[in-house]
Write a protein that binds this ligand. Sequence first.
Ligand code: ARG
Length: 570
Amino acid sequence: MIALKQTLAGVLAARLADMTAEAALTTEQIAQMLEYPPDAAMGDLALPCFKLSKTLRMAPPAIAGKLAEDFTCEGIAAAEAAGGYLNFRLSDGFSAGVVERVLAKGDQYGRPDVGKGKTVVLDYASPNVAKPFHIGHLGSTVIGHSLKKIHEFAGYHCIGINYLGDWGTQFGKLITAYKLWGESAQIQAGGIDALVELYVRFHSEAEQDESLNDLARAEFKKLEDGDEENIRLWKRFVSISLEEYEKTYRQLGISFDSYKGESFYSDKMSAQVDKLREMGLLKIDDGASIVDLSEYGMPPCLILKSDGTTLYPTRDIAAAYYRQQTYHFDKAIYVTSAGQSLHFAQWFKVVELMGYDWYDRLVHVPYGTVSINGEKLATRTGNVILLRDLFAQAIEKVTDVMKEKNPDLENMDEVAEEVGVGAVVFYYLSGSRIKDINFIMEDALSFDGNTGPYVQYTYARACSVLEKAGSVSPRVMSGQFSCAEERELAKELSLFEEKVVQALQEYEPSVIARYILDVCAAFNRFYHECQIVSASDPQTRELRVSLTAAVKQTLASAFDLICLRKPEKI
Ligand code: ARG
């Protein structure tokens, strides 16, 4: 558990650190020890005393017993020893305070404010131009954007960069294919699909005819050397691809601060290559220039091919240098599939060897692979599901459900898009990022699993309760908490800030997605067990309506952090 001064766990940990001073543990360390018992009947929070036993020279149950004597702490109604545990029960004053705080702070509630004055550069999405834009790209896009939102929420100044893969041998292939088989009118009309067709055809024909690969290399070399015709074609391919990407980004509600792709660095690499050479870090191996990393247990980092052309790591080093000079980042985050982990470890090491003191601000955030209905993707053969088609399918299915559930919904198309796209996004973000995903549309779209539609539906439910309630939101709660569901819900809401900090520390949007599920589960239990708008006692009604308003606010902020739209009616 994360100790934040302002959270209950933080206050409690500070108090406990004080009381166990002989054990010489910091507030942080005590906070790490605090647990949420699996069964709330045992307590809302618990301190296992086992680790204290050695230094305090007492058996854990004796420590728990001693601490429980006359225990007082703001927000805690009772502390009871049970075996080696000290169990705490939150006070109703604490629960009321949470609701008041959420309502008073609004969209500022839960902000950890740890990033003030710091700059983070996030490199994500970054598709390779002219290759199909498929579901494999979604991971980097939604994880990256979510990390950006979470950092912004925590006060960091963020720069989101879509580092387009707009340079490299694939353009040699595409230019070759276009010159052999393509036509201007065909790519004008067919857009990215026509480009992908050419790309796929190149690969299948090159399997029969090796010489095509030599042609492609030569075309790329011409491009690097500034050949006019090739530059013109390249620009056209890039802009056709961008048009397609932007449609998808719009559906996701994502935009970027910079689209500087690999090509932008074509004239910025030689300075880094020269520096490497001057420092004696470059070795010639079979004609290629490499940095030997055997001392660090890694294969060499390739800097220049034998024909003098640059490589992916070369561009990354130049780009990192440029970003440091431009943004003076405190952290630079790169979100890619785990398949690229070695690439990042290698060039991060090269940056360190080059003596750049910002090398330790570079962070690679990897994620697992995606298959669809159990099948792996293969770009080269065209065996892929395009994002566009995936979203279209999801939207269509959601529309069918809505026509049945809520045929009179006014803006059905808009909502179906928000829910359909949200379903896919939530499916991606709800598991830890490093786990492989097997995408199954029915699972993602289900309204009663742990899904996007389920949480969006719960949000809409909170909105409809509030609509029925009319005007809401007293800033001071006068009603009494009267049932476990209310207290549980308030406790859940109190955890938001801790979860945001955990998501930041672990670069893990799934912490927020799972938190959303917890809040929704607690809200739905409350909704089913307690009368809200129809409660007969006015103070109870007021308390429950306020609690609902606090749920709506907390979910709204949490949805924003994981790029989930917030339809108020579904
Ligand atoms: N374009 C690359 C790909 O699709 C990802 C780029 C990631 N960012 C970076 N700085 N290397 O595989």
